[in-house]
Design a protein around this ligand. Structure first.
Ligand code: XMP
Length: 316
């Protein structure tokens, strides 16, 4: 794509000039936008960019390992991984209110990031894309901070960075094209949206390590099954939700009493409204039987057939 290649070249030149001999920092989430922004800026200023990946332990199965591998090995970016799993889990211990969970995660994220973002760094790179700009303008929000909804919490006012937003004028599909041209693997570029607070808002009620492990495994099986039947790219977002409800079952001759897990898949354009996906029964059947057989702790699987509105996409 000639014009996008041109755009990349111009951006790289522009970023080089802007940053000069200074240093920049970016918080990488593993999502499409921050990944493309990081790779683009890295192309421009190399090791003057510090890419920070905060592992809060609330991501999909093995995601931290995968992100590390892709950025370090494939893309040659020296990723700073902060293992903050214990920290987040202990802050979240006993918390059941969804908004409280979001607040805690946002605040912890800032604390962890602040440790990394010393005043050695003059610039903050953000993966803001055109739809974010429009959204923020519509809601009167200031874009010169990490958005509270799509990313993890806002940065405090006293963090005085100059902001670099290299994807600000691009639509999502253009961001993906740029990513492709920069060598980012397709499964990163075409993955479903994932909320900043991660699995914390997909475990209804209290979050424990045990529940996180159950949810990660179940989610992985559902996504694997969708891919196996070529349905992953047909839906906008798909995931599983761990409820605090336990339900009776039979395993062999024994009575079991395990968690009810919900499968959620929606068709949407931007997430503002959504229809539940009409996934063929054979896919649901396979996912359900694999989950109850392979994931200890789940005894029953249900499919969420509610659209947005009135339900939201996430359960919390
Ligand atoms: P809802 O549940 O509001 O979700 O219908 C709409 C889209 O936003 C994502 N979502 C979030 N993303 N922080 C995020 O970064 C959040 O707190 C959050 N809550 C929901 C959700 O996954 C869906 O894509």
């Amino acid at each position: 794509n000639w014009s996008l290649e041109n755009l990349i070249e111009n951006k790289i030149k522009e970023i080089k000039e802007t940053v000069g001999n200074s240093k920049a920092i970016i918080a990488l989430s593993g999502g499409v936008d921050s990944s493309v922004a990081a790779v683009l800026v890295h192309k421009a200023i190399g090791e003057q960019l510090k890419a920070v990946f905060v592992n809060h332990g609330l991501m999909r199965l093995n995601e931290e390992i995968e992100v590390k591998k892709i950025f370090n090995e494939l893309l040659g970016i020296n990723l700073t991984v902060v293992d903050a799993q214990k920290r987040f889990l202990s802050k979240l211990s006993g918390v059941t209110d969804p908004e409280k969970k979001r607040k805690i995660i946002g605040e912890e994220f800032i604390r962890v990031f602040e440790n990394e973002a010393t005043n050695e760094y003059e610039f903050l790179v953000q993966g803001t894309i055109y739809s974010d700009v429009i959204e923020s303008a519509a809601s009167g929000k200031n874009t010169a901070k990490i958005k509270s909804h799509h990313n993890v919490g806002g940065l405090p006012e006293d963090m005085k960075f100059k902001i670099i937003e290299p994807l600000r004028n691009l639509f999502k599909d253009e961001v993906r094209e740029v990513g492709k041209l920069l060598g980012i693997p397709e499964h990163i570029l075409y993955r479903h949206p994932f909320p900043g607070p991660g699995l914390a808002i997909r475990i209804i009620g209290e979050i424990t390590e045990e529940k996180l492990n159950i949810l990660k495994k179940a989610d992985h099986i559902f996504i694997e099954t969708l891919k196996e039947f070529n349905w992953y790219n047909k839906v906008w977002q798909a995931f599983t939700v761990l409820t605090p409800i336990k339900s009776v079952g039979v395993v062999g001759d024994e009575r079991s009493y395990d968690y009810v897990l919900a499968i959620r898949s929606v068709d949407s354009v931007e997430g503002m409204t959504a229809d539940w996906s009409k996934i063929p029964f054979e896919i649901l059947e396979k996912a359900s039987s694999r989950i109850v057989n392979e994931v200890n702790g789940v005894g029953r699987v249900v499919y969420d057939i509610t659209s947005k509105p009135p339900a939201t996409i996430e359960w919390e």
